[in-house]
Design a protein around this ligand. Structure first.
Ligand code: KG4
Ligand code: ZN
Length: 328
């Protein structure tokens, strides 16, 4: 058994976990800062890094006290993310690894999300197509093998999770927007408004969400009597429809034999149900707790990077704008 400690602090969750052999989650602890940022309607970077600093030591000590055997490595998110938040996790991980004489393995946050599909359950074998949907990313990635990725599609503007957060804010729903829009949509009519689905019917592999956000803004302005639930349901329907259509298109275009759906927005029930029903290949979607940011996915990705000969040095620096294709 090879146990890796995973540390995630790129945004507003301090995620600490122990994972054995890249797949079995032994401990998964998350300290969420939702309450600290909700009053501001979004993440405040200075508050985020301060809260990581306040909580990380106790969280790691608590998780490590549950370890069934000594760990073999420390994996940590190097980027992309908020500089201050990344620095807290990375500095802690390097110091901790150094003090225990262990390798420190820097992990790309999106590679971490890809490996969330390997946690528990049946892992996808390579190659597979991945739909990565989070607060910062909306991407279709062809994963040929471990650490071999081809970016097929990305967003031209806002990420889909960002659009859930912005639309929630303009509808007066609480942060984070994804869960609150999903909840409001439960009692709404998804056909009440017809919102745009950018690129959904074109051959182009691309996404765009800023037009959808603006369309919701105008719908709200022009229909002050309309129910929030109807707008939320119509928005969610359009946002998910664009993801599903483009993913099915990419599956046909690449002939990929499997699909993984990862990232915070993969927690969305409508998206999960539609892809499970409409994709003609096996679909791997992590359990809800592993969709949003967590330490377990970082431990899993770190395990595979270490096993394949990457990482280990203590000179790593944070990369707030790191691109997946730039990593080796
Ligand atoms: O992966 P994640 O935790 O952090 C980033 O790497 O960005 O994703 C967070 C995003 C937020 O935009 C949040 O609103 C969205 O995931 N999200 C959801 C749901 N749960 C979280 N979006 C739609 N439906 C959900 N149920
Ligand atoms: Zn994330």
């Amino acid at each position: 058994m090879s146990v890796v400690l995973g540390i995630e602090s790129s945004c507003d969750e301090t995620g600490i976990a122990l994972v054995s052999d890249g797949c079995r989650v032994l401990v998964n602890d998350i300290s969420s800062q939702i309450k600290d940022h909700a009053v501001f309607g979004g993440v405040v970077p200075e508050i985020a890094s301060r809260k990581h600093t306040e909580r990380i030591t106790e969280l790691v000590e608590n998780v490590m006290s549950k370890s069934p055997e000594p760990i073999e490595a420390v994996a940590v998110t190097r980027g992309p993310g908020l500089m201050g938040s990344l620095l807290v996790g990375l500095s802690f991980a390097k110091a901790y690894a150094c003090s225990k004489n262990l390798p420190c393995i820097p992990v790309h946050h999106i590679e971490g999300h890809l490996y969330s599909a390997f946690l528990e359950g049946e892992p996808p074998s390579f190659p597979f197509l991945a739909l990565v949907v989070s607060g910062g990313h909306t991407q279709l990635i062809f994963a040929a093998d471990h650490h071999q990725y081809e970016l097929l599609a990305t967003t031209r503007d806002d990420a889909v999770g960002e659009s859930f957060d912005k639309v929630a804010r303009l509808l007066g729903l609480p942060y984070p927007g994804g869960p609150s829009i999903q909840k409001a949509a439960e009692t709404g009519n998804e056909s009440a408004f017809t919102f745009p689905r950018a690129f959904a019917d074109s051959q182009e592999l691309a996404f765009s969400y800023s037009g959808l956000k603006t369309a919701v803004l105008y719908a709200r302005r022009d229909n002050p009597e309309a129910s929030i639930s109807d707008i939320a349901a119509s928005f969610q329907h359009a946002a998910v429809d664009a993801l599903v259509k483009k993913t099915l298109h990419a599956l046909r275009a690449t002939g990929a034999p499997r699909l993984a759906v990862v990232g915070g927005v993969a927690a969305n029930r409508l998206l999960r149900e539609r892809l499970l029903a409409e994709a003609s290949v096996p679909v791997h979607i992590p359990a809800f707790e592993f969709c949003t940011d967590n330490g377990a996915m970082i431990a899993s990705a770190g395990y595979w990077r270490w096993r394949n000969g990457f990482g280990g040095e203590l000179t790593t620096t944070a990369r707030p704008s790191w691109k997946l294709c730039e990593q080796v």
